[in-house]
Ligand binder design. Structure first.
Ligand SMILES: [Zn+2]
Ligand SMILES: [Zn+2]
Length: 255
């Protein structure tokens, strides 16, 4: 079974005694031969580029998370273009997070809009993070992209109605280990509703470890658990879900 972890933060801290070499090797042993290392902060821009350049199966994005949008400035803007290379396959994660609001909402919106511009300037898809902010996220995507957005809503935790709006714009949707948690019927309903050609899987490692590892450190190899749960929800075999999501991830990231 071959799987792609479409969103993992390999530049973050995992266990003290585990190296990125080991994380990547263990994932490959379990069939996760490709990992998209998601970029999230100004610090991450160089780090994720370096990690992706070191491993043939690792690609990366360039992006500043809404938590850190207050750090975005003209120099950071230039870094996107300086660091853009052949292993860079997306812009993000970017978007809006009103749950934590580590950066003021007005700044989040401005930086999100700018990152959508950079994505179009570089001809790359967009990785969108949205928490407690779906109305504004949708409005910004609509005003920036019009009817068609080359993007993915990552770590989807909303309902079917909201998902339909994103899907109608041509977007993809990606699910994490949250779908293995109890009391997530609404997300499961959305995960059942999404069409075959728009779904992807991710870990968001080192966060959001799926059951039975919940509460512990998450690793890209655990994306297998996400695929298994998605298969259960959609009444398909894990092998079918692996084939579908891998095909989608290849198409989306141009791999
Ligand atoms: Zn995120
Ligand atoms: Zn993330």
């Amino acid at each position: 079974m071959e799987l792609i972890d479409t969103h993992a933060h390999l530049d973050f801290k995992f266990d003290d005694d585990i190296t990125v070499d080991k994380i990547v090797a263990e994932a490959a042993e379990d069939g996760v031969k490709i990992i998209i290392c998601a970029c999230s902060s100004v610090d991450s821009l160089e780090k994720t580029t370096e990690i992706a350049n070191k491993y043939s199966g690792v690609y990366h994005s360039l992006g500043v998370h809404p938590h850190d949008s207050k750090d975005f400035n003209a120099d950071v803007d230039r870094m996107f273009f300086d660091l853009y290379g052949k292993k860079c396959v997306a812009i993000g994660e970017t978007g809006l997070d009103y749950y934590y609001e580590h950066s003021p909402g007005t700044i989040q919106k401005k930086v999100f809009a700018r990152e959508t511009e950079i994505a179009r300037e570089l001809g790359l898809p967009l990785i969108v993070h949205s928490r407690e902010a779906d109305r504004d996220t949708y409005e910004i995507l609509k005003s920036e992209y019009g009817d068609t957005c080359n993007g993915v809503i990552h770590c989807y935790t909303g309902n079917r109605e909201q998902l339909k709006k994103y899907l109608d714009m041509g977007m993809y949707v990606s699910f994490t280990g949250i779908i293995t948690f109890p009391k997530t019927a609404e997300i499961a309903d959305a995960a059942r509703y999404a069409p075959d050609d728009r779904i992807m899987v991710e870990t968001d490692a080192p966060f959001l470890a799926p059951v039975p590892f919940r509460g512990k450190i998450n690793y890209p190899k655990y994306v297998v658990r996400v695929a298994e749960k998605l298969a259960e929800i959609r009444e398909r075999t894990p092998e079918e879900i692996a084939a579908i999501t891998t095909r989608n991830a290849r198409a989306f990231f141009g791999l």
